[in-house]
Ligand binder design. Structure first.
Ligand code: JD8
Length: 399
């Protein structure tokens, strides 16, 4: 990737000689060039600013030096290549990890660091219309800096570290904050028990010393959820803050059929993979067939933030009212692993009429994860094939 930065304070970008970005430049993974805007102001004082038309405090950056600086940058390109121009500004689009990922896909970026009250607006028009550059005005955050350099330092670091080979262990990029909408989990290192000198001994959470990678992963995910809910609830879709404690379950309406069809298709993909078949009713049913199911079964839905995120349906087994059939238990894939399925199963059991002797479930014979959940809930797999090919039936006596 090529990066050009234009500033009246080129030394401000010196930190990009250091650490991983500096090494990436020396290793040729990144070609970063910094230009002094004053080199393109040819009066005795190399002046780059003047008073604002319409009056007001401060100074405005003159268009001519910028036009020459941008022309110099564009001229360094080959075969008509053009850089994408990023101009930091407090009024710009918010810089995010998603934007960093987008910019990291670009072969050539140019950054224009403004100062004073800003850059003459005609420079933005000139760059877009005359030079044919894609121009993005981007803000680092809702606070005011004195110029664009600090923003460019942050943006270049956020973009460059996503380039192949810049970060040694690319794996570590995956679980970072803002990569998947959740903040990072707390981290610890030796010693496991630390005496902080103020007479307090602090220990590392035992789960991290357990070697139980499943438990560690679930603890870390829970930590990420709790931190995000506490510090950045705005990052959480209302549905993602859903917990078993406040499970808003309601009876399904015919108008829910389309969303139910969509949710069940999303939820049974993993079952298709686990059982190596796509010939599974939840994946094949039309919205009309789902609507017909709503007339046959008492169906419950969970909505969060207006989004249908979970469902289950129940009925007395045709021909044997002592058996309470529970079916189509589903939780949106991004909300699984929080106990919502267990809570909804408990809700379905609680709807059983008097006279019910047992609860009945059906599951893919190789749906190990679901079968594990059902066994934990007290269900036992019944011998022989289940109600549908490739499935098993499970029963749980009603206590
Ligand atoms: C570029 C000049 C200073 C801004 C009068 C103070 C970004 N998140 C951000 N906050 N501030 C900037 C930023 C500030 C800049 C310039 C970026 C060029 N200034 C001006 C307008 C009010 N002074 C920024 N990214």
């Amino acid at each position: 990737m090529i990066l050009d930065v234009v500033s009246i304070f080129p030394d401000y970008l010196a930190p990009l000689d250091l650490s991983l970005i500096g090494k990436a430049r020396r290793d040729g993974l990144l070609d970063l060039r910094v230009h002094d805007l004053r080199d393109f102001a040819h009066d005795r004082h190399h002046s780059v600013d003047d008073t604002p038309y319409g009056g007001g405090a401060g100074m405005v950056m003159k268009p001519q030096p910028w036009a020459e600086a941008l022309a110099h940058v564009v001229a360094s390109g080959a075969d008509g290549a053009r850089p994408r121009l990023v101009v930091p500004g407090p009024g710009g689009m918010p810089f995010t990890q998603a934007m960093a990922r987008e910019l990291a896909e670009e072969p050539w970026l140019a950054f224009a660091c403004g100062r004073y009250e800003g850059i003459d607006e005609r420079v933005y028009e000139h760059a877009a219309q005359d030079l044919g550059l894609e121009v993005s005005v981007v803000s680092l955050g809702d606070y005011v800096l004195n110029g664009g350099e600090v923003a460019v330092l942050a943006m270049v670091e956020a973009v460059a570290r996503l380039l192949p080979g810049v970060i040694g262990n690319a794996e570590s990029l995956v679980e970072e904050s803002h990569e998947d909408g959740l903040l990072e989990y707390p981290v610890y290192t030796k010693p496991a028990s630390w005496e902080s000198g103020s007479g307090v001994t602090r220990a590392v959470p035992p789960v991290l010393l357990s070697g139980d990678h499943g438990a560690i992963a679930s603890w870390r995910h829970q930590q990420r959820l709790e931190r995000t809910a506490a510090r950045r609830p705005d990052l959480l879709h209302p549905s993602s803050a859903l917990t078993v404690d406040d499970l808003p379950v309601s009876l399904a309406q015919p108008s829910d059929a389309a969303e139910l069809m969509t949710l069940q298709r999303a939820c049974w993909v993993s079952e298709a993979r686990a059982n190596d078949t796509h010939d599974i009713p939840p994946l094949l049913e039309s919205a009309e067939e789902v609507a017909a199911g709503l007339r046959e079964w008492q169906t419950w839905v969970v909505r969060a933030g207006g989004r249908l995120v979970a469902s289950v349906r129940t009925r007395s087994k045709p021909g044997d009212a002592t058996v309470w059939q529970i079916s189509r238990l589903m939780v949106a894939p991004d909300l699984q692993g929080r106990g919502l399925g267990r809570a909804l199963l408990a809700h379905a059991e609680a709807q059983a009429p008097a006279g019910t002797a047992a609860y009945w479930l059906n599951a893919g014979a190789r749906s190990e994860r679901n079968l594990r959940t059902y066994r934990k809930a007290g269900y036992r797999v019944q011998p022989g094939e289940g109600a549908h090919p490739g499935t098993v039936d499970l029963l749980k006596p009603r206590r």
